[in-house]
Design a protein around this ligand. Structure first.
Ligand code: ZN
Length: 53
């Protein structure tokens, strides 16, 4: 299972987690910003879609 962290502003997949971790950990790697649109985002601004692969 992996989980995609999707920017709530632009809809881009920012981070794909190999394992389910907290969104905060995922955001830490991008300095709490979307690398695509540059928006500073809170964890609540992201949606995480977990998919079985
Ligand atoms: Zn974005």
């Amino acid at each position: 299972m992996s989980a995609d962290v999707v920017c709530g502003k632009c809809g881009s997949v920012i981070h794909t987690m190999k394992m389910l971790k907290s969104v905060k950990d995922a955001l830490r790697s991008t300095n709490n910003r979307c690398p695509v649109c540059g928006a500073a985002l809170n964890p609540s601004d992201f949606s995480v879609s977990a998919t079985k692969r």
